[in-house]
Design a protein around this ligand. Structure first.
Ligand SMILES: NC(=O)c1ccc[n+]([C@@H]2O[C@H](COP(=O)([O-])OP(=O)(O)OC[C@H]3O[C@@H](n4cnc5c(N)ncnc54)[C@H](O)[C@@H]3O)[C@@H](O)[C@H]2O)c1
Length: 323
């Protein structure tokens, strides 16, 4: 419990809405900021009428408005961003992630607020040495492949935040999120492969797998992701740190599809449709992605608690209603 005031950018999105809910439950006063480009006000239904919650429909790159909103704020959690430009719009990802960070960090510097930045496991790129510790190298492909624009934009945000810390004494912590899933994830590829697989399985349609399906991911249930953020907010000695938050259990995309098919109650064999990467133009996937969580354990005593099966069952139950 705390009386301090926290501003969450990207509040109406998947992670932001869950984080706002948890912070309100813990007694914080929360200002949610979102331009609703990808988020939905419905995501904030559980907190929108709470006396400790206010929402502002604001574009994070509006520096003047951000400076006004940040008055009296002790911590800013910067989640507003655009993700991997899988279907074009690389310019949105680069513009929003760069300008939004400048604006948010300027507002923080003006009011002496601490910043917690949501970064991504994508900054490790296609580094083949696993698991990824926070000291692992960033290995990216050609600039002609637009997907790396997201990783580069987030790496830029990380450098920018640490340079603001250096220049203005801004307390700052970076969280590198490894694939989070759960209720309220987007019902498209924006929400991750589990989201589209669940929709396909519930509708009895083929599940589209990009590539051979043997690429792996480590999925972290939203409650655990949010727990990592809350522990960071409440930790005393994490200034200047970069911390992985996720779940180290690894699964191939093929096996994920089969598991979701089973958990959706289908008794027949899963209908998998393998689509070659060439169909997406210049797209490049990452083969494996596994976090080393030892720093999160040491600094935050963080351990993910939700097994994939359990988290998927909760997500499927939500998605049945959402569809
Ligand atoms: N979900 C994951 O698995 C995952 C993994 C790695 C990193 N991240 C990072 O975590 C953060 C949140 O991700 P998410 O999955 O909740 O995404 P999301 O798209 O659900 O949420 C992002 C929110 O930011 C808002 N937004 C976008 N541009 C904005 C702007 N210019 N001004 C104000 N609001 C704006 C959107 O409307 C949306 O509500 C992002 O920074 C993302 O890069 C997420």
């Amino acid at each position: 419990m705390s009386n301090s005031r926290i501003l969450v950018t990207g509040a109406a999105g998947f992670i932001g809405s869950h984080l706002c809910e948890t912070l309100i439950q813990r007694g914080y006063s929360v200002i949610g900021v979102d331009n609703l480009s990808m988020g939905r006000l419905e995501n904030l239904a559980a907190v929108s009428d709470h006396s400790n919650f206010t929402f502002s429909k604001t574009d994070v790159s509006d520096t003047a408005e951000m400076k006004t909103l940040c008055k009296g704020v002790s911590t800013i959690v910067h989640l507003a961003a655009y993700k991997i430009p899988r279907y074009g719009k690389a310019i949105d990802t680069l513009r929003i992630n760069a300008l939004g960070a400048f604006s948010t960090f300027d507002a923080a510097a003006e009011h002496g607020a601490r910043v917690i930045l949501a970064s991504t496991s994508d900054v490790y790129g296609r580094n083949p040495s696993l698991p990824y510790s926070e000291e692992s190298e960033s290995v990216f492909g050609s600039s002609k492949v637009p997907r790396w624009g997201y990783a580069v934009s987030k790496l830029f945000d990380e450098h920018l935040l640490l340079s603001y810390r250096d220049a203005f004494g801004l307390p700052a912590t970076i969280i590198r999120i490894f694939g989070s899933y759960g209720p309220r994830h987007h019902l498209s590829w924006w929400g991750g492969p589990q989201s589209v697989f669940i929709t396909a399985a519930l509708n009895g349609e083929a599940m589209e797998i990009h590539g051979d399906g043997l690429q792996t991911r480590s999925f972290c249930y939203i409650d655990d992701t949010v727990d990592g953020f809350v522990r960071t907010i409440e930790a005393k000695d994490v200034d200047g740190e970069i911390i992985n938050i996720g779940n180290a259990d690894e699964i191939t995309i093929h096996d994920l599809a089969v598991l979701i098919h089973e958990l959706c109650g289908s008794s027949d064999a899963a209908n998998l449709n393998l689509i070659p990467y060439e169909n997406f133009g210049k797209y490049e996937d990452v083969r494996r992605r596994v976090p080393d969580l030892s720093l999160a354990k040491k600094l935050l005593n963080f351990t993910p608690r939700t097994a994939l099966r359990e988290g998927l069952l909760k997500t499927i139950s939500w998605q049945k209603d959402a569809l």
